[in-house]
Design a protein around this ligand. Sequence first.
Ligand code: CA
Length: 239
Amino acid sequence: MSAPAGRLVAVVEDEDTIREAMCYALKREGHQTEAFGDGADAWNAFARALPDLAVLDIGLPRLDGLELCRRLRARSDTLPIIFVTSREEEFDRVLGLEIGADDYLCKPFSMRELMARVKVLLRRSALLQDAARAPEDAATTVGDLSMDPLRLIVTWKGARVPLTVTEFLLLQALARRPGVVKTRDQLMEEAYPDRVTVSDRTIDSHVKRIRRKFAAADAAFDAIEGVYGAGYRYVVPAT
Ligand code: CA
């Protein structure tokens, strides 16, 4: 299946050359773009209409990328958000914050790398919105967990748990095979179907965020087990 083209991608970046390069590359892929050089202008526009995907720099005038991400996430659990960061330290800091971005790229990155991630995230949200579903996309219930891939709704003991698309796919990969250990590479393949490579730490960071979100709904949540040296598995308690 090809990636949906012609989607509206917002680029919020105050460095003119990088912003222009990103918009140029996106347009070449057939997307529409809206570009903003500061966070406040971007938020004013997003308040009127959300884009299909947002690429956010972190250091921005007037309203930084982190706050912009928080505000966007408060309005939509599923909008794909990619952070671009300028320094490794900044990258570390962002991974430590759990603000619900779907992906992170550290500058300098290639436009090819950015396009690959945009493509995966847009395709994923299109698949998840598509009503004509293959059987494997039917709702899954495993013990207290229920996952609806069409509506991206996850509930735990009946309570809604808001997950990003990436978090949803990772959890789904684990919950579909309870008790089976999935390596970080396998999880990466399922959550990033276009063979885009992310670091093990990115997977760990996603898992950490998933656990934290479930813990907010149920402090006793411990269904995702880390297996030292191997990966993760979904555990359903014996009844
Ligand atoms: Ca900047």
